[in-house]
Every structure is written in C-alpha cells, then in structure tokens.
Write a protein that binds this ligand. Sequence first.
Ligand code: NI
Length: 186
Amino acid sequence: MSILMIARAGHPVLQGRAAEVEDPGAPEIRRLVADMMETMEAAPGVGLAAPQVHVPIRLVVFRIPEGRGTGAEDDYPLGNSVMINPVIEPLGPDMALGWEGCLSLPGLRGAVPRWTRIRYSGVDCDGNRIVREVGGFHAVVIQHECDHLDGVLYPMRMLDMSTLGFVDEIERVMQEQAASQEGMSA
Ligand code: NI
C-alpha cells in the first residue's frame, strides 16, 4: 500500500463529472481503495473521493468515527468503507448548516448547507449492493464526498462566503468569544 498525492483545488481532475466504474472487483480498483484508505487515515480525514487522488472515477472511501456524529440513531459510526458508483437521494426537504473542510482545500473551513437525511446506495469491491439511510454527520460526509464525483467543492455549495476562513483563525476567534462570554457571566 502507499500514500497517494492529494490534488488541491485548481487542479482540473477535481472539476467535471467522474466516470462510472465498469468493474468494481478489478484488482486495480481494490489496490486503489486500499491506498485511498491509507491516505485518508494518514491525512487525517474522514473521506476521500477518487478524483482527489487524480483518478477521475466514481468511487469514494470514508469513515464515520465514534463520537463525531450528532448521536442520533441514523447518524451511526462506521469503519473504513467504500462506495462505488454511489447515488444519493434526500429523505425529506430539511437542510442544515454545518462546518466542513476538505483535504483539497487544506487549512480552510466554511459553513455548508446539506440535506439532514439521505438514502445512499452503491456497490463495494465484491459487488455487494449497499443501501443505507442516514442523517447528521454521516449524511454530511457522504454528500461532501459524492459532490467530488461531480466536480463540486464545498465552497460552491456555500450560501454565505463570509463564513469561509482558515481553521486556526476560526478556532482562535471562537475561543476568544467563549472566554469573553465566561467573563461576562462571572
Ligand atoms: Ni473534500
């Protein structure tokens, strides 16, 4: 296995629609999945789409770590997973804003609207069909990764670009605000 180079925003491989995977069980696909999982863990990140490692095909890897979700029943954790030729469908009209970052936009973060509940389906490398209905953080990760397969980076979904900023700067400001609020109530 090896750690792959991650394409950054501006690279054309991140733009446009990625191609369907013809043979999900092909040895080169299994090798790519193993390398992408290793790359995701090393980054570290919770998801990676094949175009991000310069392979423009419809394949994503992801993981939903314990404790990252909202705690809702449909926002359950999941170990390293793969979805090939995934399809997403929203379950209901509700959307919510949440902070997102992307390994292709290192150091940045922004508030992005996403469907709160979705059904997603696809296949794994053994040809098993996977269908899940999920919400919360789990649903956000899937929507973010699948957007990469259509050339969409999260800032293209943002409604308020003033929330785009550097992670360390946003965290510094939040800490200062929390500290000043503590001061006010003391
Ligand atoms: Ni991303």
